[in-house]
Design a protein around this ligand. Structure first.
Ligand code: PGA
Length: 249
């Protein structure tokens, strides 16, 4: 399966540096020596428009970091899926652990967002992952099962990407070992097949996220059932982001 290399810029970037970053990635991805991967960048809402302009005519896709589940209405500060689609977003991250932790997002809410994104023709990147305490208690796989059971969108048209991001590995410089990642991804794969059937479950991408860097990308991307990366910090450095794509391609 062709790998997806997705950059999650989080709450970073003003117009000048954000557009420069997008421009650099778009130019490189247009080149003949670009690795055989799918590229995606997910800037903050404020930069979607400007970044879309930079990506036009390049193979780099545009994604958002969150969405509301409703069509429109009295939801101050929120952004509807149709608004993202209107700005040419093809993907939306939902259920990132920073939203689950900082905004109290539940599995049920994440599921509603994923379904709303799909209803508008976008691919949700649904994030799951255990905390350090849950891993230490030997409950990592149970947590993933519970998160998937509670937040997977109902079977239906449209793509779905899962991102396995152990919370303790996000922004910490610590990455899971290849064995941990292999076990978690196999667990997710089995759950996807159970929910959507063998064929569909086998075709959905499962990304790894959590301190992915050029130095560890080769090993991580060569691990069974790892179909790409959701990259935070390193996606803000064009050279690092590019090298992660090369390691995956
Ligand atoms: P990180 O973030 O690469 O900075 O650890 C990954 C993520 O949270 O998506």
């Amino acid at each position: 399966m062709r790998k997806l290399i997705a950059g999650n810029w989080k709450m970073n970037g003003l117009r000048e540096d954000g557009t420069a970053l997008a421009k650099t990635i778009a130019e490189r991805a247009r080149g003949n020596d670009a690795p055989e991967v799918d590229w995606l960048v997910c800037p903050p809402f404020t930069l979607l428009h400007a970044v879309a302009d930079q990506l036009a005519g390049s193979p780099v896709r545009l994604g958002a970091q969150d969405c509301h589940y409703a069509e429109n209405g009295a939801h101050t500060g929120d952004v509807a899926p149709a608004m993202l689609r209107d700005l040419c977003c093809s993907h939306v991250i939902v259920g990132h652990s920073e939203r689950r932790q900082n905004h109290g997002e539940t599995n049920e809410l994440v599921q509603a967002k994923a379904e709303a994104a799909r209803a508008h023709g976008m691919t949700p990147i649904l994030c799951i992952g255990e905390t350090q305490a849950e891993r230490d208690a030997g409950r990592a796989m149970d947590v993933l099962t519970r998160q998937l059971e509670g937040s997977l969108p109902a079977a239906g048209d449209g793509e779905l990407v899962i991102a396995y991001e152990p919370v303790w590995a996000i922004g910490t410089g610590r990455t899971a070992t290849a064995d941990d990642v292999r076990a978690a991804h196999a667990h997710v794969r089995a759950q996807l097949k159970k929910t959507y059937g063998e064929m569909s479950g086998a075709q959905m991408r499962i990304l790894y996220g959590g301190s992915v860097k050029p130095a560890n990308a080769g090993d991580l991307m060569a691990t069974d059932d790892v179909n790409g990366a959701l990259v935070g910090g390193a996606s803000l450095k064009p050279d690092d982001f590019w090298r992660i794509g090369e390691a995956a391609g």
